[in-house]
Write a protein that binds this ligand. Structure first.
Ligand SMILES: C[S@@+](CC[C@H](N)C(=O)[O-])C[C@H]1O[C@@H](n2cnc3c(N)ncnc32)[C@H](O)[C@@H]1O
Length: 210
């Protein structure tokens, strides 16, 4: 499979600079910052979780950014919520937003590629695997990411990923030795050159042996 061309979105420096500005925006205007892929896409994930995932499940958002999805899940009554990001500034922003809303969400600085400390029922990723796919050593980094996720997902858990860089079948191909596709959350489709495609893919994976 062809690797994507490396870009600044695959560097920690880019995210640190970006979240520094977003912290200023939040302190000055109360604006929580970008919702990656838009609110409609986030709502689709939240609705699927609301219908399929018990409120007591442990949920981690890898590359949580401002923590938008965790705030929405807290609003829906989920209580065991953790956000991880390798950008300290992202974690500071997410903590400030959660504190402002009086939600108890654990946030930690963590490079996903180095492994997670705990295991979870649900692992959620929106845009993080995409960012990792744009790093310099993307092939190795993608492999390290998959191993980290595999180790951190509880035996019957769900790994939910939203990507704009990879299609459902590309994700399935990349994860096939580790995870099997459990469900595709439908997203708006477009027709181009006689083929139907989606701008954003949302997939739910489970361990291959489940
Ligand atoms: C496109 S943003 C998405 C943020 C958030 N998931 C959302 O949907 O708003 C990608 C995020 O992944 C984080 N990230 C990238 N590589 C990472 C890594 N190796 N470990 C942890 N976080 C990472 C970035 O800091 C950034 O917050």
């Amino acid at each position: 499979m062809e690797e994507l061309e490396a870009s600044e979105l695959g560097t920690l420096q880019y995210w640190e600079n970006r979240y520094k500005k977003e912290i200023d925006n939040f302190s000055n205007h109360g604006d929580m910052g970008e919702i990656w892929f838009g609110e409609d896409i986030a709502d689709k994930v939240i609705l699927w979780m609301f219908k399929n995932i018990e409120k007591s499940c442990s949920i981690v958002d890898v590359g949580c950014g401002n923590g938008h999805i965790l705030i929405e899940l807290a609003n829906e009554g989920y209580v065991d919520l953790t956000g991880l990001d390798y950008s300290e500034k992202a974690v500071n922003l997410a903590k400030a937003i959660a504190a402002n809303k009086h939600f108890q969400i654990r946030y930690h600085v963590c490079d996903i590629l180095k492994g997670l400390e705990h295991t979870y029922d649900i692992i959620h990723d929106k845009g993080t695997y995409d960012a990792i796919s744009l790093s310099e050593n993307s092939k190795e980094s993608r492999e390290m990411y998959i191993v980290s996720i595999k180790q951190a997902l509880k035996p019957n858990g769900n790994f939910i990923i939203t990507s704009c860089n990879w299609t459902h079948s590309e994700l399935q191909e990349q994860y096939k030795d580790f995870f099997k596709l459990h469900y595709i959350i439908p997203t708006p489709q477009f027709m181009f050159g006689g083929k139907i495609g989606s701008v954003v893919s949302i997939c739910v994976f489970k361990h291959v042996n489940n």
